[in-house]
Design a protein around this ligand. Structure first.
Ligand code: ADP
Ligand code: ASP
Ligand code: MG
Length: 814
């Protein structure tokens, strides 16, 4: 004998029930017990209808109609016409009874738990009867049996306790005389000894199946549902979750107790003692192996087998200075809760015994606080204990695994992964079985926390980075192209999964929680909502993804001003925008501190030398104990390009225009030509070398005529370059006369920085610096005479984009 249980989704409509028939007709066993839930959503509708009726709200009738029509339609779609009328008339007559009961509740304006169970039991009674009739019409050897005649309980309505002695006897007696091959039973419903309908608790159809399997010592219990087994985490929340092939009863129980609702927690008990295996299978993918649950299965060395979550939790803390002195305090605390019928999901006690903290269901929070405050009224009035208040909107997440006890460091890994993603932990508990470590967190963090832990424990190798890209101009668009091209490589070779979740330019912005398809971002973005940097931030915060990264490809001061907000939320910032790092020193320091405090990387390698690894090298030198003595550098790709191309055959204006067109200059070329851009860069290098400098401390010998410096817009600026051509020519001629080349040089030594145009003689490291290249010479304690030199392309959208890309990958390896 095998017991097969089909859940609500599996029998939600005629099409699904046809699948169920196929599964049942292929099952191999001498006898099959088929236990079914109510059709998907019907239990909720029945309960809502009853509640509305008890509030005398006439809208309950609409729900009644919906319940009626779903069943009648199902019968019409399943059964041949000649068999329909008998089944329709039976269901209609039951619907009449149901309607009378609900009308009664409406008239009195009240619903008792007893009546509620009576009403809600119709869901399973209807579905099982219809399915049995359908099986018969399909020529299967099937019959219907009312579980209320088998499963006997007490009268705790809503979640009745099973009398196993009676139930086992009833079942054995009935099945001994039952020769039909397939017996269809309603799950969830039972009856008390005096014959009243009771129910086994929400999700209880699983339990019915297990109770019967236990009573009959079935060879296997199969739970057919809408997912392919018990997963490493709820697959609706964690996309990367995987079905666990084989798991122990205890692990399954722990996972289900902590929220894996794929099996109702009490289900395990009746089959465990008889060692009846459970198989969890997917009605919509019957060939998938599913999950096999048996006695001790040591998970092939896997320590953590699954991660689960319970939502709608509240914390109740009993604390106060006088607690140590009060005898039997925890006994009294738990007694009060138990007498009030409040079940405790999690307990933590501080070792000082100064406080006991319990996790309970959110719905019972106020009531629980009230009964505890009543029970301890005396101690509270004496000031020994604080008035208890419940803290709501919390959730529990738990790591579960039989082998966890023999491994150190799991909780460290768990909490550091959560900490890095700014998940605030309110309480921690480790089950005495050491099969579980659980933490209480805010509800809004559940999705992020589950995904973070799943990544840390099950995807050891694949890390997902969630990018939010601001600015998709020259640099940004190149970055998006590189991301698209490298996606597969990064996944295969670096185990990084990069997704762009949001992007914005100055006009519009878009979001896609599954990642924006990078092949068509332009058209998608052009149809996006209106851009708004506050709304952009708010959305990222609300999405609350782990490993979130803001990528700023703009040159905007307004965007630079938002970094602190991001870092504060543990969102990393990668930027080629120099404004933040060259702003006031206190702001720079604050950003660096926030980055440390919230473990959110703040990377800006492209602020100096585009894609060249200048800042990273500097950091490595310092981290390894070296000290920077002097820096000499040509840091402006655009100025280098301009002075390399300018001669007596051209005009200065033309060359600047060309540099702008090739994407070497800042959007406003005056920022480059005035030397400001170079000042910002040397300032950043000095600061990264450990010096506290501000932009005003830097001496700038600008070559630009006063009038050009004073222009108010780009057009005027270009006009002034034309007007002052002779001055630029004379700079060029004097360099030629001195057999030198002109380079805009930045220097930092003895705590002082200066920038300016210099004639560089032949033989100097800077002399043959081509095109738009940059060069940096680091003189350090370890490199005092022969400096460490970094040289290469120092401007241009593609190299800048690749520098940003490198920063993103650094975060992936963080
Ligand atoms: P049924 O109606 O078949 O009884 P349930 O809705 O009660 O189905 O249980 C199946 C659901 O359990 C899945 O759709 C999934 O959303 C949820 N679930 C939560 N945690 C897990 C998990 N760890 N593995 C599988 N499913 C899970
Ligand atoms: N129909 C009941 C519920 O929705 C029992 C079940 O489906 O397991 O809770
Ligand atoms: Mg269920």
């Amino acid at each position: 004998m095998k017991v097969l249980k089909f859940g609500g989704t599996s029998i939600a409509n005629a099409a699904n029930i046809k699948r169920v028939r196929e599964i049942v007709s292929r099952a191999e066993a001498d006898q099959l017990i088929v236990v079914v839930s109510a059709m998907g959503g019907i239990t909720d509708l029945l309960l809502q209808m009853a509640t509305l009726a008890s509030r005398q709200n006439p809208e309950y009738r609409q729900l009644f109609k919906e319940i009626e029509s779903r069943h009648l339609q199902c019968i019409r779609e399943l059964l041949p016409i000649d068999r329909q009328s008998a089944v329709l008339s039976k269901i209609k007559s039951d619907l009449n009874i149901l309607e009378t009961l609900v009308e009664g509740a409406c008239l009195i304006g009240e619903i008792t738990p007893k009546l509620s169970d009576k009403i809600v039991s119709f869901g399973e009674l209807f579905s099982s009867y219809i399915i049995s009739e359908y099986f018969i019409s399909e020529k299967l050897d099937a019959c219907f049996k009312d579980s209320r005649e088998l499963v006997t309980t007490n009268e705790t309505y809503g979640k009745a306790l099973v009398n196993f002695e009676r139930t086992n006897a009833n079942s054995q007696h009935y099945f001994a005389g039952e020769t039909t091959h397939i017996i269809v039973l309603p799950g969830f419903v039972a009856a008390s000894e005096s014959g009243n309908s009771t129910t086994l608790g929400r999700g209880g159809s699983d339990y019915t199946a297990s109770i019967v399997a236990g009573a009959m010592q079935a060879e296997e219990l199969q739970i057919w549902t809408d997912v392919s087994g018990m997963y490493t985490a709820n697959p609706k929340i964690v996309k990367q979750a995987m079905a666990i092939p084989h798991i122990s009863y205890e692990e399954a129980m722990e996972l289900s107790h902590f929220g894996a609702k794929v099996v109702y927690p009490p289900t395990i008990q009746p089959v465990l003692s008889r060692a009846i295996p459970i198989r969890i299978k997917n009605t919509f993918d019957p060939d998938a192996p599913g999950t096999y649950i048996t006695r001790n299965k040591n998970g092939n060395g896997k320590t953590v087998r699954g991660i689960s979550n319970v939502e709608q939790i509240a914390l109740l803390s009993l604390e106060g200075p006088g607690m140590i002195g009060i005898p039997g305090i925890s006994k009294r605390f738990f007694e009060v809760l138990s007498l009030a019928g409040i079940s405790v999901v999690l307990i933590t006690q501080a070792s000082s015994e100064h406080s006991i903290c319990v996790g309970i269901s959110d719905a019972e929070a106020e009531y629980a606080a009230m009964v505890v405050n009543e029970a301890f009224a005396y101690e509270i009035s004496m000031g020994k204990i604080k008035t208890v208040a419940a803290e709501k909107d919390l959730a529990i997440i738990a790591l579960v695994g039989d082998n966890m006890k023999s491994h150190q460091g799991l909780s460290g890994r768990m909490f550091s992964a959560l900490g890095k993603n700014n998940v605030n932990i309110r309480a921690i508990a480790q089950g005495a079985s050491e099969r579980n470590i659980s933490a209480v967190i805010n509800s809004e963090d559940v999705k992020k926390a589950l995904n973070t832990l799943h990544e840390a424990f099950f995807e050891e190798n694949i890390k997902q980075l969630n990018l939010f890209v601001m600015g998709v101009g020259n640099v940004g668009s190149k970055l998006l192209r590189q991301l698209r091209q490298q996606k597969k490589f990064l996944k295969d070779h670096m185990r990084l999964n990069l997704r762009v979740i949001g992007m914005s330019n100055s006009r519009t912005m878009i979001f896609d929680e599954n990642g924006i398809p990078l092949s068509q971002w332009e058209s998608l973005l052009s149809e996006g909502q209106q851009a708004d940097k506050e709304a952009f931030f708010a959305k990222i915060k609300k999405l609350n993804y782990r490993n979130s990264i803001l990528v700023d490809n703009t040159a905007s001061p307004e965007i630079a001003a938002t970094y602190a907000k991001y870092l504060n939320q543990s969102i990393a910032v990668v930027t080629c925008n120099k404004i933040a790092c060259s702003s006031d020193f206190d702001n720079y320091r604050n950003l660096k501190e926030l980055s440390r405090e919230y473990q959110a990387p703040f990377l800006f390698e492209t602020n100096v030398g585009a894609g060249l690894p200048i800042i990273d090298t500097l950091k490595n030198l310092i981290a390894s104990g070296d000290k920077i003595l002097k820096i000499q550098a040509v840091l402006s790709g655009s100025l280098n390009f301009i002075w390399n191309h300018f001669n007596d055959q051209t005009t200065f204006y033309e060359i600047v225009k060309k540099a702008q067109e090739e994407g070497y200059t800042e959007p406003d070329p005056k920022i480059d030509l005035s030397g400001i851009d170079v000042m910002r860069k040397i300032l950043i290098l000095a600061r990264e070398s450990g010096y506290q400098l501000n932009i005003e401390d830097i001496v700038n010998n600008s070559f630009l005529p006063e009038e050009s410096l004073k222009t108010a817009n780009i057009t005027d600026f270009f006009a002034s370059l034309k007007a002052h051509e002779p001055e630029f020519q004379s700079l060029y001629q004097s360099a030629i006369a001195a057999e030198s080349k002109l380079k805009y040089v930045a220097e930092f030594s003895e705590g002082k920085a200066r920038v300016g145009l210099q004639q560089i003689p032949k033989g100097h490291d800077f002399y043959s610096l081509e095109g738009s290249d940059n060069i940096v010479l680091f003189y350090t304690e370890r490199y005092p005479n022969q400096p460490m030199i970094i040289k290469g392309a120092g401007a241009g959208a593609a190299v800048t984009a690749s520098g940003i890309f490198a920063d993103i990958i650094r975060i992936g390896n963080f």
